[in-house]
Write a protein that binds this ligand. Structure first.
Ligand code: GAP
Length: 444
């Protein structure tokens, strides 16, 4: 399978099987905006759940929070975004389309649209990516606010609130998942670069010294990398890469990306680990007038903590997981395309089929097994539509790890049910009483 056809196949599967739809599609769509369908929303939820479990629930030193999307202009002045959150923009002098100057693919794609005409570009200008709006009914007094350009600032502005309400001590972290908005000049590559997307982040506050900073930074780099591997990637398809000084965001003292080797595109950013030092808390202290320092009871020192940040895109993880999982092989003499998803991410964990739709005793037994599994695993489907082969293929395509079939032997000889494994296509007979445990062991 050619790499570029893999992306096309995944995009097509996403629409056909209810994972992703173009935003407002019936009105012609909105560039860089996507909607998640019934299967997509489950997979996305499972990615977020896995983040929440590993970065927050399982840790003693991390709290979760959920900040608002809208924040006043002052926040973004303090964080440096109104001034520095820019991308270089050039305009085509023929058709006036605007493109990001530092994206060679976007430039060359645009030049191809003009065929033999020689495209000339304007000089690059800095384009700010913040998405703004006004709040308040009276035009004159309405306030300029921004939809957050990174979810991070909602955490930093609450640093004192968390400290005071949770009575915690440094080092500690605050984790969050939520939507962020960027007026990307050239949204492209499906979910890769969108204008509305979701982030999952940890801000970890530490003592401001080089040794502690290095130790924590190395620790979280590895932690984030291991977490990303746990989404089901082959090790050779992920790497850590340090940013050159001119690549780093304005707030970063050091920055590394986890990159994924994206089919037909190459190494692309999946996740950023940033050493933000005291940038955010210092700037919020200056701009808000509220002291964001921390008093260390043991050393009797007062200081502005440093922040080590792990910041990942939910949608980007979703896209990379789909590209990694999409597999073609031959089964029973036919080519099949399926999603080899790690079971914890699969939108449906088990599907239950009666062998035949028109045999009431099979359907009744299958419903009973379905109810039992649904109570245990939630994401369970019942399907009695079409021949068994087709039902298997439908489940393979959405990445369901196991299919359970109820046949005549289940009822007449009490020999249990057939459990079919998605990847090997092999079937095993499992007794009804062992079924829940058998599946639990493999999917949770
Ligand atoms: N708080 C730090 C921060 O926002 P970033 O590198 O700008 O850092 C972090 O973004 C992650 O968010 C990226 O690694 C990527 O996964 C995701 N992301 C950023 N811009 C995106 C976009 N336009 N569309 C989809 N995901 C995006």
């Amino acid at each position: 399978m050619a790499d570029n056809s893999k992306m096309e196949k995944v995009v097509s599967l996403c629409k056909r099987r209810g994972f992703i739809f173009q935003g407002s599609e019936i009105y012609g769509g909105l560039a860089g905006i996507f909607d998640y369908g019934p299967m997509g929303v489950e997979l996305r939820h499972n990615i977020k759940q896995y983040f929440w479990q590993k970065f927050i629930v399982e840790r003693e030193d991390v709290y979760g929070m959920g900040a608002a999307i809208l924040m006043p202009e002052k926040v973004w002045q303090a964080s440096g975004h109104t001034e520095l959150f820019t991308d270089p923009l050039v305009e085509c002098k023929i058709c006036h389309e605007r493109v990001r100057a530092d994206q060679p693919e976007a430039i060359s794609d645009h030049e191809k649209t003009h065929k033999k005409e020689k495209v000339e570009w304007t000089e690059p200008v800095k384009f700010n990516m913040l998405v703004g709006t006004k709040l308040g009914a009276a035009e004159k007094t309405a306030n300029q606010v921004y939809l957050r350009g990174e979810i991070t600032q909602g955490v930093h502005v609450n640093f004192k609130n968390i400290l005071d309400s949770m009575h915690t001590k440094i080092p500690f972290g605050i984790g969050q998942i939520g939507k962020a908005f960027r007026n990307e000049i050239t949204p492209r590559d499906f979910l890769f670069r969108q204008r509305e997307f979701e982030q999952m982040e940890l801000q970890y506050y530490i003592k401001p010294n080089e040794e502690e900073g290095m130790k924590q930074y190395e620790y979280w780099k590895q932690f984030a990398f291991d977490w990303y591997l746990g989404l089901g990637f082959k090790k050779e398809n992920l790497r850590l890469r340090q940013h050159a000084a001119d690549e780093r965001a304005h707030y970063a003292k050091d920055a590394w990306d986890i990159e994924y080797n994206m089919p037909s595109v190459g190494w692309k950013e999946a996740w950023g680990i940033h050493h933000r030092a005291d940038w955010d808390l210092r700037r919020h202290t200056e701009y808000s007038g509220v002291d964001m320092s921390y008093y260390d009871e043991e050393t009797k020192e007062r200081f502005i903590p440093w922040d080590v940040e792990c910041s990942g895109g939910v949608d980007r993880a979703f896209l990379f997981v789909m590209l990694e999982a999409y597999t073609e092989d031959e089964l029973g003499g036919e080519v099949r395309g399926y999603l080899k998803l790690t079971p914890k991410l699969a939108p449906v964990k088990v599907a239950v089929f009666p062998l035949l739709k028109n045999k009431p005793q099979l359907v009744e037994k299958a419903r009973e097994v379905y109810q039992k599994l649904k109570k245990e695993f939630g994401a369970v489907e019942f399907d009695d539509n079409g021949n068994i082969g087709k039902r298997y293929r439908r489940q393979d395509e959405i990445g369901t790890p196991f299919c359970v079939t109820i046949d005549f032997d289940t009822i007449e000889k009490s020999t249990g049910v057939t459990v079919r494994d998605r990847d090997s296509g092999k079937q095993e007979r499992v007794s009804e009483k062992d079924l829940v445990e058998y599946i639990k062991e493999k999917v949770l």
